[in-house]
Each structure stands twice: as C-alpha cells, then as structure tokens.
Design a protein around this ligand. Sequence first.
Ligand SMILES: [Zn+2]
Length: 440
Amino acid sequence: MSDQENWGEDDDNDPDYVPPVEIENGHVTSTTEDDSESSDDDVPTTSTNGEFNTDLPTAHKYLGKLKHVSGYTLYDDGETLEVLAIYTTTMVFPGFTLPLVMNNYSEMSVMQTYIEKNSVFVLICANSKLNGLFEYGVTMEIFEAQVRNNALHIKAKGRQRCKLLGELKNWGGQLKQVNVKIMAEPEITSPICNTQMYTLKRLRPYTSKNYCDITKNYKYRRYHLCQYPIESWVYDKYEVSYYVQLLLEGLSNYVGEYIPSDPVMLSYWFAQNYLLLHEERLHLLQLNSALERLRMEYKFLKRVRTIRCSGCDVEISDPTKVFAMSKDGIQSNYVNPGGHNYETVTVTSAQNFQLEGKPSKQFSWFPGYAWTIMHCKNCGKHLGWRFTSSTSKPYCFYGLAKGGIKVDIEGGWHGTKLRIFTAIFEETRGTTFSRDYIPL
Ligand SMILES: [Zn+2]
C-alpha cells in the first residue's frame, strides 16, 4: 500500500539519501535553505511520552528566528483607518496567525516602508463568487518580521474584524491601500439583562460562559421570566452559553483538547478550523456578534461533509479523521520558501493518493517530521503532504492543502442533509423542546 511506504523512515539515517533541495513542500524553488535556520534541534519536539509538541507549528519555526515587533493594537468600534491591505486566498480570523514570505521586490519595498511606521495591516480575500474583494477583512498585527535570503518574512496575528469602505490605491501584486471601518466585538449580553433587578444581577449573573451555571439558577430564572408571555426556554435560545455548549458537544468527537470555551474565541476557532466552504467562512466573517456566529456555526456543524479531490471529486478523507497537530487547531496557515501560503488541514488517514519522491525534513512545518508530496491517484492533483517521524507520535499523518481538496456538503451549500445530535438539556431542564429547533 502506497501510504505505508517508507513508514516512519528517518532520512537522516539513510546514507544513500540525497535531499530533494529543488522541491520545497511541493513547490519548485531555487533557494538553498540553511538547515541551521529551519531545523529545531535545540527545541524538544516531543514530550516524555513521545507525543509531538503541538506548540511548535504555531510558532512557525521553519521561518527561522525573526526580529520581534512588540505591540497589541485594538481600535475602537466604528473607527476608520487608511491602511495597507494584503489580498490572499485564505482568511485568518482574529486570534490566529498568518505567516508570510514576500519575495517580489516591489511588494517587499512597499511593505518594508509601511512597517517602519505601522505594525497593523488588513487581510482581505475574494468574495464568494471569486470575482472581487469581500467587503469584510481582519486587521493583522505584525509581531515578527525580517528580511532573509532576499525575502521578507512576516508573522502576523489576527486582531479585529473590519469592513472595507473603499480601495484607495493598488500597489500591484497582492498589496492595496484601503479605507476600513473597525467592527469591534460587542459585549456579550443576555436577552433578559435589562429586565433583571439590579440587586439580583450581582447574585445571579445573567450571562455565563458555561450554560450549566445558568441551569443551576434555573428556578430563579423561571420566576424572573414568568411575567412574560413567552416560554422561558425561548430566552435560552438567545444565550451565548447555550450555543457554546452545543458546539463543544458537537465538536468533542473531532478534537476536544484544544477547543476554547470562551464564546468569542470559540466562534473564531470554529470559523478558522472547521472544514467549511469559502462561502460559509465569508458568511461567518460578516456576522457581528459571537451569538450570531455560534448559532450559524451550529447549523454548519450539522451538515454532512466529505473531503474530496478538487480535481476529480474522488473521496480523500472525511471530517472524522481530522485531528489537531497544532495548538492553533486542525486547520492552519503555513508558507513555503517560495512565498506560497497554504491553508492545511491535518488528518489521521487518507485514501486514493500516491506519493512522490523521498521524505524530506527541509523547511518542515512540523519540526522533527519528514514530508512527502501526495498526489491524487486518479487525476494527479497535488493534495498535500504525508508527514512521518520515527520518534514523535503520531508516527504518520497527512497535511491536506486546501487548494488540492474541496469540502463536499450533502445537499449543497444549503446543506439539507443534517447530522443528528442527541438532545442533552431536556433532562436537566425538564422541558421538551428539541435542540435541533434553532431560529436561524
Ligand atoms: Zn483527483
């Protein structure tokens, strides 16, 4: 079986092995990377039980040690800015990291001049029809930057959503000068907050990150709400913590360990990580509050999905095989020395592929792992990479590039076929509503 070939092989131990220096993570490049910069020999790649250190991919150490830029910039709601925008094919949500390598001279020159005075730029991407700019983007704060090997290496973190007001200038390539309006995250509140007596607010908080905390006070909540004509459970449908619990429950089969429980972070974690269509992610980016995003994400979670080759539709994997190799989650952005940015999802097993070349550790996104290029067995499309290690667990996994795969939803974009979850709240609440009834 082709996916078992070279299982766990460490090319450093093979005396006949010649590293394929001309191929870097699937792209041809003429640069010869200094191994001392891309390796992480001084960083432990595994814990004592052999498990891979998942902090390493989030640090993007394959880019080497870059100059640190300090600062944390948050703008006020509604503030307008004139900023540099980078147009990419991938979207990074607030809280997540974008690695960039710029090797185009004119782009580098514009970017270097800009970052001498500013550390914040805006990331924008294509609209759902792929024929123009999407009207929302994310402010990105540069925290590391350095020119090396005639290329500008940047790491930036997503900060706030913003709305594109207009394009002022096209600098060429992927750079634009734009006007944006900041869309700050609204305070999380509750449908009953303005009707609760002030003295009771301190005793029985109406908002809570944990839905169980609300259910503990449920008797008092019902006393409070009995003055209104609508059933008390209807108000729950507008509580953020209700959807946090639903999503955490639904995601527990996939990757329970690294999922944040903070409502805002969870809403962005899902948008960044879950296997979504481009249209679905754009839809989430334009929603203004964590409640709106979480509610829509629960709808997206219920859609039945498969991972297929984008060239010929053959099935490559499915969402139950997805797992986290990085603290950032199951889906992260990585960049190769040629400057190509890959959004990559990690899965434990895959099918219908063939491998090309020998494993290489050069510029590996997962320190200690060797990568081998994967192609579709059917049509030859580049799917991603198989990663193998003889020392770190898991010994083998697959990084699927978003450009090589597509997410297929049964029932199409409207997703008529839904995954069924069992109800969990009826017992604790003594009500009979179905959790699948969600006002959308
Ligand atoms: Zn194919």
